[in-house]
Design a protein around this ligand. Structure first.
Ligand code: SF4
Length: 63
């Protein structure tokens, strides 16, 4: 599984970090970012974060 945030879409709502804090955090400007080393996280909350993101900035690729 490969987790990615499109920084061009992210509006900094912070929902990803709230929903799946083991995988996402927010940077100094409040935008969502994948925690280093967690971009391959097999965490069921990632899918919840995908749903929670208001601008569909989070993508998950299997494999
Ligand atoms: S939930 Fe979406 S818009 Fe909000 S910080 Fe995360 S990636 Fe950005």
């Amino acid at each position: 599984m490969s987790v990615h945030i499109d920084s061009g879409l992210c509006i900094g709502s912070g929902q990803c970090a709230l929903t799946a804090p083991g995988v996402f955090t927010t940077d100094d400007d409040g935008f969502g970012t994948v925690i280093p080393g967690k971009d391959g996280a097999d965490d069921p909350m990632v899918n919840e974060a995908v749903r929670a993101c208001p601008v569909q900035a989070i993508s998950v690729a299997e494999g």
